[in-house]
Design a protein around this ligand. Structure first.
Ligand code: AMP
Length: 435
């Protein structure tokens, strides 16, 4: 057995090195999301990976993301910055700073950083894709945003995703609900965990987000926001539900869904992947944050968006056996036993023809190059020996089936290989002289 010495350095805890083919699968997933978002009128926004700490503080003083999980540090000039733990705050900061015309619809992708306790599906650096739509509180944009995520999951082939929906009310209905909730939770304070008692003092709503077992009995009987909605917030919620029904998108009302960040109002939603265990099944979520632009120093501007976790989505795809990712292995392997220069030229020619090609190195003999070719997964080998070189031809050999081999001229190489790759069964001897 090969004994590998412990490396001097390893990737930091909670981070991963992602190799091919998984890296290619991740890129393909992001690219599928980019297509979906672009075709719905969302333009990509790219913001810095770190921001002034104050930007993220607006996420709420009672959120773990802000109080416990932030990668914040002082820069050489004494400013405090933080690696972004999510992208909504950065996107809204960019909106406030640049004031694009509204409605403004943006999509994003990129790594986020949270100092969490790593476990399966939970990392300290993870990747999200998402959208934000600012400048309208038309309930149909809520529906558009939710539908975009839903259809994206569908495109990937996921079938076991559940949409959980709630309304968190608006600034008019919140005070009455807050009072009712605070009264209730204060009455049962002694039954709550120490952490939830502390949260209760800062933001009672966030107690509902506790996943700690001892809190569950109290949470189960807590008053519900949906019972305290004003007419306006209620009408908005109804319109969102009706819009989803019109699109045939199934949802479950989940009256205790509050989500991790403080800024949400009205519509709030999460996607649960039922093929994953409860600790990892959050595939994404989002909601309306009508006060956030103002909190970041901008004009009052309604907004709604979502973020989806790429790692979790890929775990769900694995569990459901869908979205294998693009083919990345070479289609053709070039073997040159005449010194290597021919391989250089022929691989370049084939690559210009849009074919995935690889080759061997170091002037190895035919046997050892063939071994590498077999391992590469390529369907065809292009062989160049002294005879081929003298005749200005190459030999094309089938590496998978029993189609044998043919000699063909270089001028028709790209065309013949392309045809053969498209339909390997079509013609065992494509053209040219059988050898
Ligand atoms: P949030 O920004 O907390 O609403 O998270 C949105 C989505 O990002 C979640 O539903 C997960 O899919 C994903 N996510 C959040 N935190 C992590 C993490 N630490 N590791 C991996 N994925 C995460």
């Amino acid at each position: 057995m090969l004994v590998v010495a412990k490396p001097l350095f390893q990737a930091p805890k909670g981070t991963r090195d992602i190799f091919a083919p998984e890296s290619g699968r991740q890129s393909a997933l992001i690219s599928a999301f980019a297509d979906a978002a672009t075709s719905a009128g969302y333009g990509q926004i790219i913001t810095p990976m770190f921001e002034d700490l104050g930007v993220f503080k607006r996420l709420g003083e009672a959120t773990d993301v802000v109080t416990k999980e932030m990668y914040d540090f002082e820069t050489r000039d004494g400013k405090t910055v933080a690696l972004r733990p999510e992208l909504t705050a950065s996107v809204v900061r960019a909106f406030v700073q640049h004031r694009p015309g509204v409605p403004w619809k943006a999509w994003y992708e990129g790594p986020q950083f949270r100092y969490e306790r790593p476990q399966a599906g939970r990392y300290r650096q993870f990747t999200q894709v998402g959208v934000e739509a600012l400048g309208t509180d038309d309930p149909h944009i809520d529906v558009e945003v939710i539908a975009l995520a839903w259809r994206f999951y569908e495109t990937l082939g996921l079938r076991h995703v559940r949409l959980l929906l709630n309304s968190l009310g608006d600034p008019e209905c919140r005070p009455a609900y807050f009072a009712a909730l605070t009264d209730y939770l204060t009455g049962r304070r002694g039954e709550l965990t120490e952490q939830s008692q502390a949260t209760l003092d800062i933001n009672p709503l966030r107690v509902l987000d506790s996943k700690r077992e001892p809190d569950q009995a109290v949470i189960a009987e807590a008053p519900l926001m949906v019972d305290h909605l004003t007419d306006e917030a209620g009408a908005h919620f109804t319109a969102v539900c009706e819009g989803l029904q019109a699109l045939g998108i199934p949802y479950e009302i989940s009256p205790r869904l509050v989500r991790g960040l403080d800024y949400y109002v009205k519509t709030t939603f999460e996607f649960a992947g039922d093929s994953l265990s409860a600790a990892q099944n959050a595939l994404g979520g989002g909601g309306r944050y009508d006060g956030l632009a103002e909190q970041l120093g901008g004009p009052p501007t309604p907004g709604i968006g979502f973020a989806l976790g790429i790692e979790r989505i890929l775990m769900a795809c694995d569990a459901e056996g869908v979205f294998p990712g693009p083919d990345q292995q070479p289609q053709v392997f070039v073997i040159d036993v005449t010194g290597g220069e021919e391989a250089l030229v022929v691989t370049d020619l084939l690559r210009q023809g849009g074919i995935r090609v690889d080759r061997a190195w170091d002037g190895r003999n035919m046997r050892s190059q063939m071994k590498v070719a077999d391992r590469s997964g390529a369907a065809l080998a292009v062989l160049i020996g002294e005879d081929e070189l003298a005749d200005g031809v190459v030999t094309v050999r089938d590496l998978r089936g029993d189609a044998g081999q043919v000699r063909i001229d270089r001028a028709s190489l790209v065309d013949i290989i392309t045809t053969r790759l498209e339909d390997p069964a079509a013609d065992s001897v494509p053209t040219g002289e059988p050898s």
